[in-house]
Design a protein around this ligand. Structure first.
Ligand code: NDP
Length: 269
């Protein structure tokens, strides 16, 4: 762990990572732990969060597995209470839990709209609200939400996901303003397509709707980035760890793309 670029920068801090059982959240949980934080890792799949917490402990860190659903207010309250009881109040919150689904608007199921907003927008609202009293009491806090390139730009067939991810950008900016003088920073990290189970779902969707092969579907997603590639979860985590540190005290209300240029470069031909 001493080889980590921010080794020790988070020593004595407690972090909560929602959706930390796999993909981007897992990479973030491991990186925060490597920087010295005690990390509560939560998601609905108990086996996955247990594996990540065990991985943290095996490398000499402190990891706690919590089963929780960010769409259930009671579950969120229990998650924050358990993290606080076991590790201390989580003053670093990473709102990472999320899900993606696509549909054309005309026959868009209302239930899909509700589900996308609940997990991707209301979830971060609920968890942030539950963690905020301890941050305000401490006069120090870090709220880092994993948005998406869909927080910044629009794309076909993902109206609900895009509305939710634009929503968390608004939530981020509003709370950054509300807590600007309380020692709490609130930021949004906005990845492009990352190579995770979530993207596997998008690939499967393209395969079933277009008849393309899985390799062709992955190439289609990779081609949306000017660098023509999917991003690795490990490329997201270090920025989150930096934002969680004291060094990032003046970064607040920011939206930070990690998208291989997708939101900034119109076309590379
Ligand atoms: P994964 O599907 O690999 O992981 C999602 C994580 O969130 C899992 O741990 C999952 O666990 C958890 N989760 C999902 N729903 C809930 C819920 N209701 N309550 C608690 N936990 C939940 O996805 P990624 O790692 O790819 O995505 C992580 C975040 O990054 C999401 O917010 C996503 O929108 C965002 N993102 C992803 C991109 C990509 O290309 N992959 C691009 C841009 C943003 P479980 O199902 O067990 O609850």
């Amino acid at each position: 762990m001493s080889g980590h670029p921010r080794a020790g920068s988070l020593r004595g801090r407690v972090a909560l990572v929602t959706g930390g059982g796999r993909g981007i959240g897992r990479a973030i949980a491991l990186d925060l732990a490597a920087a010295g934080a005690s990390v509560a890792v939560s998601a609905r799949s108990g086996a996955e969060v247990a594996a990540v917490a065990a991985e943290i402990e095996a490398s000499g860190g402190r990891g706690l597995a919590l089963v929780a659903d960010v769409t259930e207010p009671g579950s969120v309250a229990a998650m924050v209470a358990a993290a606080t009881a076991e590790l201390g109040p989580p003053l670093i919150l990473v709102n990472n839990a999320g899900a993606a689904a696509s549909h054309k608007l005309l026959d868009h199921p209302d239930a899909l709209w509700d589900r996308m907003l609940d997990v991707n927008l209301t979830g971060p609202y609920r968890v942030t609200k539950a963690c905020a009293p301890a941050m305000l009491a401490a006069g120090w806090g870090r709220v880092i939400t994993i948005g998406s390139v869909a927080s910044i730009t629009g794309a076909r067939y993902i109206a609900a996901y895009t509305a939710a991810k634009h929503g968390v950008l608004g939530l981020t900016r509003a709370l950054a303003a509300e807590w600007a003088q309380q020692g709490i920073t609130v930021n949004l990290v906005a990845p492009g397509y990352v190579d995770t189970a979530l993207t596997d779902g998008s690939v499967a969707n393209i395969v079933s709707r277009t008849g393309r092969s899985a390799d062709e579907a992955r190439e289609l997603l990779a081609a949306m980035s000017p660098q023509r590639r999917l991003i690795a979860p490990d490329e997201i985590a270090p920025l989150v760890t930096l934002l969680a540190s004291d060094a990032a005290a003046s970064i607040t209300g920011a939206v930070l793309p990690i998208d291989a240029g997708a939101s900034a470069i119109a076309s590379t031909g």
